[in-house]
Structures are given as C-alpha cells and as structure tokens.
Ligand binder design. Structure first.
Ligand code: ATP
Length: 365
C-alpha cells in the first residue's frame, strides 16, 4: 500500500474549472472520503488519481512516484465503480480471480488468493454460484473481491453503494469499515452522503465548486467546521447560525446577539464591522427559563429518543435536539441557552470560521 500525494491539482473543461488547485495527502493505509454535492468535482478528482482524466495542471504521486502523466493501466490502483459490471457468464470464483488470470498468475496461487479474499468478504460459501442470481450486497462484495484480490497500492471507489437500498447500504458501510480496519488499504472514496463519509473515513475532504473547503478527521469537520458551508453540509439537522453585526477586536470573548451578551471563542485577529454568524450544533442548545436569549417555538419533530424543536429568534431560526419527554406547543416562548464550549464564529460574508471554542481548546490544550 502507498500514500497518495496531490499537489495543486486542477482540471478545466474549456472555461469551466471543475477542480481548483487541490492539495492533500492520503497517508499509507488511510481511508479518505471526498464528500460534497453533485457537480462539486469529486469524480473528476478521483478520475485524475486513477489516470482516466489528465489534469490541466498539478502533480499526482503514488507511493512517492510522480504518476501524473502515466496511463491508468500503468498505475497500481483498483477502481470500484457504482455499477460494477460483473461477468454474468462466470461464477463468483471466476469473477474474483479474473484480474489475476489476466496477469498470468499461476492457477494454484489464483485459487489460494480468491479463497482468502472471499473469506475476508464472507462470501466463501457462494464461490461456485453464478453471479446472475446474486442480491445487490453480494454482487458488491464480489466486485470488491475483484479489486482486493490484486492487492493494488490503493483503492479508488466512486459511490460504490449508490444503487443499494437503505438496509443493504448500512450493512455495506459497516462491512467496508471493518474490511478497511483489517486490510488497511489506502482508499479514496467518493460520496455525497455525509453518513457514509462520517462512518467510514479516517479523513474527509469536503468539496464545494471544485474547492476543498476542509480536510480533516470526521470529528474535526463536525466540531470545528472551517466554513459555514461545511457546518451546514455536515450534521443532521445542520449547524444553526445566529446572525449579528459587529466589529471584533482581538481577544474579544463577548458579543451582542439580539441585545444579549454571549461568551464566544477568543478572536485572534481584529475584524472590522461586518456581518457575523455564531454557529451551534442542535445538541448544544438547552432551554432554560432564566436565559435572556428568547425565542418562540415554531414546530417540533419527535424522534423517539429525542426531538428536534425549531425555535424562531430575532437572530435566526434554531433547531435544538432536546429530550423527547417535554411537550412544546407552537408559539410557546422559551429561553435559549447555548453551551459556550461548543460555539463557532464565522464571518458571514466570506463564510470562513474566525474562531471555534473547540479549536481554541485544541490549540491551547
Ligand atoms: P456527481 O456526483 O454528480 O458526479 P461530482 O462532484 O462527482 O458530482 P464531477 O463529475 O467531478 O462532479 O463534475 C464536476 C463538474 O465538471 C460538473 O459540473 C460536470 O458537469 C463537469 N464535467 C465533468 N466532466 C466533464 C467533461 N468531460 N466535460 C465538461 N464538463 C465536465
């Protein structure tokens, strides 16, 4: 296995820039999810790493070697597509073993490696079955087997679970993670599904319009979003924003939102008067009669173990995840308490984070 280094990678289709000067490293054995909405450049990035698309500029290194202009067949990678075409006239064993057969590997070794791979994927009991009668999950496992059996330097996967129904998808997410923990293959996985990315990846690159907005662990992108875009894209419901206007001085710990003084993470730069947004996750909001920050209940959604209560404030709508027991009536006035250890502060114009309490703690801690 090997590390993947991407330096200033760019792809233009005519005037249109699909990938804009991306730089990141996937460490040896790491699982990276490229996450973002449709059209943000995930597949184009993956195809460039695979050698299926030539970059307009930038460098791609696999295992330290510059492969930017190498053909796909000259890169030691395995690509797993969403609709992986299995050979319908072959059984599972032959489908998995096919890449080794094409490489001229000896029959006895093919047999051993196919059986080892099938065991890893828990499909050793169906090795002699025809692939045409297999259910979606098993087909996907056979497709993975065909990729794994070659023992390539890295795996590239483009929405491989996209066609599976929700139940199989959850099973496959769990299985892919377990498989990764067993074989530690360097993997780049494209998805638009934040749950898949959060559940499987060691690192996530959150993409938007060809740009990587944030590259970090699932915990970092969730707790310390680098931008309002990331804060909004990750989390369900997403991060809430309370908007206010203020000039901020370095070292500031208090801001006025709707006339209420709130303690915020320390600002490290002076910032001129401008639109700001205070970000807070739904689970970090509590209702407290004594709190001066007030709002009116707009609606609630019962989820069994908890409920999401939407509250309208003068600084914006908030969604709080609170215990399911209490009943709220629409129009009810509530006091809102924000746990100030979990706040993020953004420049609302650029959308960039200017401070986060968790970031501050991590830096000082
Ligand atoms: P999706 O999940 O919908 O595939 P994505 O994030 O993977 O989204 P890409 O497929 O990488 O997005 O496409 C990024 C942008 O580049 C899109 O606007 C797409 O229309 C454009 N694009 C991709 N390939 C080409 C091409 N060959 N010619 C012109 N434009 C292209």
């Amino acid at each position: 296995m090997a590390k993947i280094q991407i330096e200033n990678l760019r792809k233009q289709f005519g005037e249109f820039v699909a990938v804009r000067d991306s730089s990141f490293t996937v460490q040896d054995g790491e699982f990276l999810a490229l996450l973002g909405p449709s059209g943000c450049g995930k597949t184009t990035t993956l195809r460039m790493i695979a050698g299926l698309e030539l970059p307009s500029s930038g460098v791609i290194r696999l295992g330290g070697e510059d492969v930017t202009f190498n053909r796909a067949s000259a890169r030691d990678i395995a690509f797993v597509f969403q609709l992986f075409a299995l050979y319908p006239h072959m059984n599972v064993r032959k489908n998995i073993g096919f890449p080794l057969l094409s490489q001229g590997v000896a029959k006895a070794e093919i047999k051993a490696r196919v059986e080892e791979t099938a065991k890893l994927l828990q499909i050793d009991h169906i090795l002699d079955r025809s692939v045409s009668g297999l259910a979606g999950g098993d087909r996907q496992r056979v497709a993975l087997g065909r990729a794994i059996v070659r023992r390539p330097m890295c795996f590239l996967m483009d929405e491989p679970l996209g066609t599976l129904d929700a139940e199989f998808r959850d099973t496959m997410v769990r299985e892919l993670r377990e498989l990764h923990l067993r074989i530690h293959a360097t993997t780049v996985y494209v998805t638009h599904d934040q749950h898949e990315a959060m559940a499987m990846a060691d690192k996530i690159a959150v993409m938007n319009h060809g740009i990587i907005e944030q590259f970090g662990t699932p915990q970092e992108v969730y707790n310390r979003p680098a931008s309002m875009y990331v804060a909004d894209f990750i989390g369900s419901p997403p991060m809430n924003f309370l908007r206010f206007t203020s000039g901020l001085q370095k070292g500031t710990r208090s801001v006025s939102v709707d006339g209420v003084q709130l303690t915020v993470p320390e600002i490290r730069e002076d910032m001129a008067e401008g639109e700001r947004a205070l970000g807070i996750r739904p689970e970090h909001i509590r209702f407290s009669d004594a709190s001066p920050l007030r709002g009116q209940v707009y609606g609630s959604e019962y989820l069994g173990t908890n409920q999401i209560v939407a509250v309208e404030t003068r600084a914006g709508m908030l969604k709080a995840r609170v215990p399911a027991e209490r009943n709220f009536s629409i129009g009810e006035h509530v006091g809102i308490e924000l746990t100030h250890d979990n706040l993020s502060l953004f420049d609302a114009k650029s959308g960039r984070a200017v401070a986060s309490s968790l970031y501050t703690e991590a830096r000082h801690g």
